[in-house]
Design a protein around this ligand. Structure first.
Ligand SMILES: *Cc1c(COP(=O)(O)O)cnc(C)c1O
Length: 229
């Protein structure tokens, strides 16, 4: 690896973020701990991982040497992996895509006497393969005030992905839809506390996401290079 390539990439991306109001999550999935160390040394603190197994291996090694590191879980989470994930103390689970999963997280968090921060994942993209609530489902969830039943989960906002296409108008429209949904939920539920995060934007589209009102971008390839699957 060239000297400080990751640090340089980080700097270049941070320069494209507004001075305030947009948090950068460095998506380190499929990259070795060495890459994370390099980013951490350059000042990065929030890292995104998408598989429980991989996160478990990394937390074990990272705990002592990188005490300020915060893990965001961003992948599809199976209910039977919730317990294992919560033991790793993720700062934020960004990918809650069903009420069943939400309940499982709530129950596990309550058992360990902690509050788990999460984002609800919304599906607006053209691809059917992507996970998440439909906008209408998410609206109903909040209109029915189902969140009042949560004992140990704090819903901090929503996360979404745009369609995987070069059509920037379509991508911008997807981001605008995610942001509008967030604004509507917030307007309809003014008592929702700490509901303030719109996680959208990845390596190829984060500037567009920011234009449309993102408050959190999840960037992997543009920081760490291509993933080796
Ligand atoms: C992998 C991944 C990212 C990062 O994608 P890049 O294109 O490498 O920036 C962001 N969000 C989610 C949910 C991901 O799975």
């Amino acid at each position: 690896m060239e000297n400080n390539r990751i640090g340089d990439n980080l700097k270049a991306i941070l320069k494209q973020l507004p001075a305030k109001g947009v948090e950068l999550v460095a998506v380190s999935k499929f990259h070795p701990l060495e890459a994370i160390r390099e980013a951490y040394a350059a000042g990065q603190r929030a890292f995104g991982e998408s598989r429980v197994q991989e996160l478990e291996a990394k937390t074990a090694e990272a705990a002592d040497s990188m005490p300020e590191l915060r893990w965001h879980f961003i992948g599809h989470l199976q209910t039977n992996k919730v317990k294992q994930l919560l033991r790793l103390r993720p700062a934020l689970i960004e990918s809650v895509d069903s009420t069943r999963l939400l309940s499982a997280i709530d129950n596990e968090a309550e058992k360990s006497n902690r509050v788990q921060r999460v984002l609800m994942q919304v599906h607006v993209a053209a691809e059917e393969t992507k996970f998440g609530f439909l906008p209408s489902e998410l609206l109903s969830y909040f209109r029915n005030r189902e969140f009042e039943n949560l004992k140990a989960v704090h819903i901090c906002g929503i996360m979404g992905m745009a369609s995987n296409t070069d059509d920037t108008a379509r991508v911008a429209r997807d981001f605008a839809e995610i942001r509008a949904l967030f604004d509507l939920i917030k307007a309809e539920n003014p008592d929702l506390r700490g509901f303030n995060t719109v996680s959208m934007g990845m390596s190829d589209d984060f500037p567009l996401a920011i234009e449309q009102g993102s408050t959190m971008v999840r960037v992997g390839t543009a920081i760490f290079g291509e993933r080796q699957y």
